[in-house]
Design a protein around this ligand. Sequence first.
Ligand code: PLP
Length: 419
Amino acid sequence: MHTEIAAIKKNDFSFYDIQKIRNDFPILKTLVHDKPLVYLDNAATTQKPQYVIDKMNYYYENYNSNVHRGVHALSQKATEAFEGARIIIKNFINALGKNEIIFTRGTTESINLVASTYGRANIKEGDEIIISTMEHHSNIVPWQMLCTEKNAKLRVIPINDNGEIIFEEFEKMINEKTKFVSIVYASNTLGTINPVKEIINLAHNYNIPVLLDAAQAINHLKIDVQQLDCDFLAFSGHKLYGPTGIGILYGKVNFLEAMHPYQGGGDMISKVTFEETTYNELPHKFEAGTPDIAGAIGLGAAIEYIEKIGLENIAHHENLLLDYATKAVSDLQGLKIIGTAKDKIGVLSFHFENVHPHDVGTFLDFEGVAIRTGHHCTQPLMRRFNIPATSRASFGMYNTIEEVDVLVHGLKKILEVFG
Ligand code: PLP
């Protein structure tokens, strides 16, 4: 085991200038309890590079103005930057057109939008919607609410002990009553990368649309929505080194055209009288009110930054960290890794036999290490593993092998104290 760890340490990291990347993130110089911050809570939210912060500040300092409505210079510049961000995002996921990119507040709002519009119009009594055991609450509750309203049924694909979807169960579950499939691409709690292409292909054999919750996949896997052929895709800016408060719903144009607006108000209309309203064209039909302009600009900047480093390089780096950390903690007494799928993103969840996750998190905090403890908004998944919570370290593009060493050292100390 130790030779394996040493081998990873010796790995050629030359594809990646980690120190330069770290220097781009001002927060990484922070001290926590007089110790250098070791930020391993990237699945909750990622830190922001100076480039993103500067782009957003520049907007507020130099051309802050509302979009789409003004003929004056500032408004035109703001509109150009806002719509420019949409094009960056469209290219990033290879959507067919920029009218398929809807700005929302995040993954949660994107899923709620689809459940409230497509779902309300198309799901009827007795219909079935399929999700999986490892969904985040934001990909459970909106569908549950819809099912309650429509007297429809929510069906859940089971997972095995490694935290992988049991595909044969999905094959058995899908039938003519199934009207929608909504699946997480990569689990925030287990790290599992799901076989989404196979899921989409099977669902499409039955003419069933599929939504992918890509909140955790978007910063690790190259996503090409045309190649995947997903019908909807949801993600958040803040997990992609961009700001909070902004996210994306991608939808195939034929679905979006047919869907009723989500909210009414300014910008989503083309003509209003007291008798009736006609709606604006896509994507504005789904963007009522003043949008998060700085957020959209920040998200566009985050994608530019990521593309400069290369998503594949980032993924390769995070995979090395995960591999190293997995091997390093496997020796620790009483520690069980929750989520041992073959294909994983950089998420390491674990559970100590005799130490509560909250104690683990608090202890590590005093070492400067930020991890997440709790149910990670996946309570049904916790029940599947028969545990109340896990401790979760999640890796980002700026984390180092030395930081993993600090984590493991902290865990060893915990064992000494609580063991
Ligand atoms: N889906 C997954 C897999 C997530 O990890 C998260 C956030 O942790 C969400 C959905 C919700 O994202 P947000 O809170 O940004 O809307």
